[in-house]
Design a binder for this molecule. Structure first.
Ligand SMILES: CC(C)(COP(=O)(O)OP(=O)(O)OC[C@H]1O[C@@H](n2cnc3c(N)ncnc32)[C@H](O)[C@@H]1OP(=O)(O)O)[C@@H](O)C(=O)NCCC(=O)NCCS
Length: 191
């Protein structure tokens, strides 16, 4: 297994690896058809075995304070994507990707990494094992059908919502009983 910088030719392998890894998580329907690119510079690494992309990490980082991360002081990096192909999970690939990204982040003078993930306990446990601390959270809610229509109908005539995805940052989550709800958790690792 080698860990190296992402190259343009890796895009299909990157997309497939991410899709399969996310299929097993609360992000199962968060499918990208193309690799994401960033406004700011980024550490973009892949893990490769026999020509196959089996892991990836993307960390967009700050040249100027608070241009990428949601919190904290000094220059930080945001892990937008980290994924290991499920056929190669629990072999230390995720850790090696992170360690390599951390080395690069240190060399660039970053003081922390931030990452957001949903409520999969095993993924949270992985972040904790990697010495990340949980520092914040809010909710992702999916409303099905037209149930949110009455909320906007008066503002935009003739526009009808069909399925709605929303962020909820309040405390009364119980009012949304029976909805698809994910807690979205912020992890932070000091470098
Ligand atoms: C989180 C992830 C990157 C870890 O990569 P990995 O190479 O499998 O993990 P590592 O080998 O570095 O660490 C292994 C540890 O991770 C946890 N873990 C990984 N996969 C697991 C699984 N399927 N079930 C339970 N725990 C798991 C365990 O704590 C495991 O330790 P153990 O085997 O001693 O019990 C990978 O599982 C993944 O791609 N998850 C889905 C994508 C995702 O949720 N990304 C983060 C949100 S953006």
């Amino acid at each position: 297994m080698i860990i190296r910088d992402y190259e343009l030719k890796d895009e299909i392998g990157w997309v497939r690896c991410r899709t399969l890894a996310f299929l097993e998580t609360a992000y199962f329907d968060n499918v990208l058809k193309q690799k994401e690119f960033y406004e700011n510079p980024a550490i973009e690494l892949v893990a490769e075995i026999d020509g196959q992309i089996v892991g990836l990490i993307d960390v967009e980082y700050e040249k100027e304070e608070r241009t990428v991360c949601s919190r904290g002081e000094g220059l930080g990096g945001m892990i937008w994507h980290i994924a290991v192909h499920p056929d190669f999970s629990r072999l230390g690939i995720g850790k090696q990707l992170l360690d390599t990204a951390v080395n690069k982040a240190n060399a660039m003078g970053l003081n922390r990494l931030e990452a957001w993930t949903r409520d999969d306990l095993w993924v949270r446990n992985w972040y904790e094992k990697m010495q990340f601390n949980e520092v914040d959270s809010y909710y992702h809610i999916y409303f099905e059908g037209d149930e949110m229509n009455h909320q906007i109908q008066n503002k935009i005539p003739k526009l009808y919502l069909v399925n709605t995805f929303a962020h909820y940052v309040g405390d009364n989550i119980d009012q949304f009983n029976n909805k698809r709800i994910h807690q979205c958790v912020c992890f932070e690792k000091n470098l």
